[in-house]
Design a protein around this ligand. Structure first.
Ligand SMILES: [Zn+2]
Length: 808
């Protein structure tokens, strides 16, 4: 009996699979994509199971098989199925996340003119149809071209009355990446210009730059040119203003990245501590069994060297490797070190790749041409063949968690699961491991490896500046001491980094006299201040009270609301240090593709004296000339209404401390705070991760927060505040019926209650940490079934997202 049915996963929110019929001339295996009718349209789906169980409904046939062989192997199907259950998304959504564009489910809507009697059409209508016939229009293009007035109406009418048909077809083409190139316009005679210039005598810098340009083989990319110090965005713009050069967008060649020299001889001999770690990792590699390690080592302790030796060993066994790093740390500097040793065996998968580059990198790994993949979160799905080792560097980094869209997976946890499925070894590296991993070490799930010392140099000094003591000695937001240190560093031509935190979208109340921030009695997290209603709110438990007029700690009536937009640090610093050149790095200034890298290079080249930024500054940067690092107000991080606020604070301070003094000049980190006794601050000062972890875990255990439980957050979104209230309350009622009274917290408004025209509320449940994917799925199914049976009116206008192991 031939296998005649196939279960298909679609990248929609619907979690179930759909069964289709396979015709005799079709060969379909799990992992192959198909083109099938779905409702009134066609869609691409992934075959995940082939079987002979005739379903009790009429099945439709598979229209077309899109792949000759499976594009996903069994392990990746299994891994995406696990994500589907554990993170409660559809299997298709998980598959979509694991495949590059060109191989995933993307399709385009095309327009086809139907041959029908056109006699009764008006002249205008006929013209429209003729135009459409002449061009190869997608629905999107057509809507762009006929975008307003009468013509828009005509197009809609044509679609509605069926004169033209919207036809969906799989999109398998990937576009070339283009980049800005500079060239000299054909109308320009460079020789004449140069002659004029030389007559003038001394030439300006941009004029010299132009002379240099005439010697080059143009067009060249903007980015390539910036490698030469003569060419800056300013000089190029200045020359463009003269009309001597013009920019064009041209395709760039792939693999044009300059990532240094390949020289395997440059592999470093390991120190004794490093060798101990490597030996421990080698053992399960040799035995080809699953094992997970937490490699704990401060910044600069040489974790990368351990990774490199382990990867090399892996390649010698003829197996592949996978290295995950936070997106922000995936700089040319990071890649260079790996490239030096492994050369072309490396495929780098960063977010700046074009669809085509990503597609090619993916193919080169799948074919076994390249054996090692390096990339951010999504690289956990890279089709490295026969994976032996998976490294998750900076395992505590929050960018490993995908928030939107679904699947809301955590790449670190997916990496551990993948290693488990492939009998591979997984190494989680960090200087400040997350509490989840620390707890896993305590439970003997991970083995801990330690690199306690920096091979060269020592840890920088961390100085705590108590804002209470400096109350009457402030220069703007700076204590007199930090102000003086900055001044002196600038005089010595050294650089300064100032860090402020702008998770500013939540407001909170703080006492100006003692620095106290009101806390929730239920979750020990900071209460959010809602100005309109004048209340303080706990966004975990929904607890609320009228905003305090007096400080509950010192009795002062000096309670001030703080939060978004109150920090104009950059302006203030320019006033305080008028001669200093400032550079700002935050989400706003790094939005461009190379934004982060550009600011990094500028500061490294000494083009600015003070770098001001959010936590972005703390990640993956090395500046030898920085001697003063200041944290303007550590309390803004602690004020963030999350049970992880302390952990974040500690990680942030440790990372910042790791930045200062990595070169010959000693660096000092100054931390301004109202709470010098907070465990996160005390431990960061002494670089004592262990004592911090001990206290933090004790707190979490007391309140049953993760890692002692597993938190599932339900997010409600709607345009209507009344509907969101009704629905979220009803949903929580349903949850209480299923999981019990004490497990459910909420509903309450989210930290950001209003965003993109929608209200956001949330509720959460704390589940047992030991629940596996099947238990979680079953429980969530029961919750949603219960809710369905008691849905209130208007429920369909409220969207409910599920976020398992949410990271806020
Ligand atoms: Zn007070």
């Amino acid at each position: 009996m031939p296998k005649t049915y196939v279960d298909i996963a679609f990248p929609t929110a619907v979690r179930r699979l759909f069964t289709y019929q396979i015709s005799e001339d079709q060969t379909i295996m799990p992992g192959m994509r198909v083109w099938v009718p779905l409702r009134n349209e066609y869609a691409i789906g992934m075959a995940v199971q082939v079987h002979e169980h005739r379903p009790d409904f009429k099945t439709k046939p598979v229209e077309q098989v899109l792949d000759d062989e499976p594009i996903m192997n069994e392990t990746m199907l299994q891994l995406t199925e696990w994500i589907h259950r554990f993170y409660y998304c559809s299997w298709g959504e998980a598959i979509q996340a694991a495949l590059p564009v060109g191989l995933n489910f993307s399709s385009v809507k095309k327009l086809r003119v139907k041959k029908s009697n056109r006699d009764q059409l008006t002249k205008k209508e006929k013209e429209l149809l003729e135009d459409l016939e002449a061009g190869d229009y997608t629905l999107q293009n057509a809507r762009k071209r006929w975008r307003d007035g009468v013509e828009k109406k005509l197009l809609n009418k044509a679609i509605k009355s069926g004169w033209i048909e919207v036809w969906e077809q799989p999109r398998q083409r990937v576009d070339y990446k283009t980049a800005k190139h500079w060239k000299i316009p054909a109308s320009i005679e460079p020789k004449e210009i140069l002659e004029d210039l030389s007559e003038k005598g001394q030439s300006k810098k941009w004029e010299q730059a132009f002379e240099e340009l005439t010697k080059l083989d143009l067009p060249k990319t903007h980015r390539d040119l910036l490698g030469d110090e003569l060419f800056t965005p300013y000089t190029l713009k200045r020359i463009e203003e003269e009309g001597w050069i013009e920019s064009v967008d041209l395709p760039v060649e792939t693999n044009s990245q300059n990532i240094g020299v390949h020289d395997p001889e440059l592999i470093k001999t390991l120190t004794e501590k490093q060798k101990n770690s490597f030996d421990a990792i080698r053992e399960p590699l040799d035995e080809r069994v699953f094992k997970s390690f937490l490699l704990y080592g401060v910044t600069g302790s040489g974790k990368t060297e351990v990774y490199i030796h382990a990867l090399k060993h892996c390649l010698e066994q003829d197996r592949g490797g996978l290295v995950l790093v936070p997106e922000i740390a995936l700089t040319p500097q990071t890649v260079q070190r790996f490239y030096q040793i492994f050369g072309d065996q490396i495929a780098v998968l960063h977010s700046r790749l074009s669809d085509r580059e990503r597609f090619e990198a993916w193919q080169s790994l799948k074919s076994g041409d390249k054996r090692i993949a390096i990339g951010p979160r999504s690289a956990v799905f890279a089709p490295v063949q026969d994976v032996g080792l998976i490294v998750v560097d900076e395992e505590h980094d929050t960018s490993y968690k995908q928030f939107d869209p679904s699947p809301r997976y955590h790449a670190r946890d997916v990496a551990v699961m993948r290693a488990h499925m492939e009998n591979a070894v997984v190494v989680l590296g960090s200087a400040t491991p997350g509490m989840v991993s620390v707890k896993a070490v305590m439970e003997k799930k991970h083995e801990m490896l330690q690199l306690p010392l920096r091979p060269t140099g020592t840890m920088p000094e961390v100085k705590i500046l108590n804002l209470l003591e400096y109350k009457h000695a402030m220069k703007g937001s700076l204590t007199a001491e930090l102000h003086l240190e900055i001044e002196e560093a600038l005089e010595r031509d050294e650089q300064v980094i100032l860090l402020y935190n702008r998770r500013g979208y939540s407001s909170y109340l703080q006492c100006e006299d003692c620095g106290h921030i009101p806390q929730s009695p239920h979750s020990s997290t900071s209460l959010t201040y809602h100005k309109k209603k004048n209340i303080l709110l706990c966004h975990y438990s929904g607890y609320s009270r009228r905003a305090d007029t007096h400080c509950e700690k010192c009795g002062s009536d000096n309670m001030v609301s703080k939060g978004s937009g109150t920090q104009k640090v950059e302006e203030e610093m320019q006033d305080l240090f008028p001669d200093a050149r400032l550079l700002r790095m935050d989400r706003d200034t790094t939005s461009g593709k190379f934004g982060h890298q550009k600011i990094y290079e500028k500061f490294l080249n000494g083009e600015a004296d003070i770098l001001i930024g959010t936590q972005l500054v703390a990640k993956g940067l090395d500046f030898p000339n920085v001697t003063v690092v200041g944290v303007v107000n550590a309390d803004t991080e602690l004020a963030f209404p999350s049970f992880r606020a302390g952990e974040r604070m500690f990680q942030l301070l440790s990372q910042v401390a790791g930045r200062a003094g990595r070169a010959e000049k000693p660096g000092i980190v100054y931390v301004q705070t109202w709470k010098p006794d907070h465990p996160a601050i005390v431990s960061a000062r002494t670089h004592d991760f262990k004592s911090f972890a001990k206290q933090e875990l004790a707190n979490r255990e007391m309140l049953n927060f993760p890692p002692y439980s597993r938190m599932v957050v339900f997010q409600f979104k709607s345009k209507s505040i009344s509907k969101i209230q009704t629905v979220s309350n009803r949903f929580c009622d349903a949850m209480r019926k299923v999981v019990g009274e004490n497990v459910v917290m909420g509903p309450s408004p989210s930290v950001i209650e209003w965003m993109n025209g929608q209200f956001q509320w949330e509720a959460n449940i704390k589940l047992k940490r030991t629940y596996n994917a099947h238990v979680i799925e079953e429980l969530l199914n029961r919750i949603f079934d219960k809710y369905k049976s008691m849905k209130p009116k208007g429920a369909s206008s409220v969207r409910i997202n599920v976020d398992v192991d949410a990271v806020e």
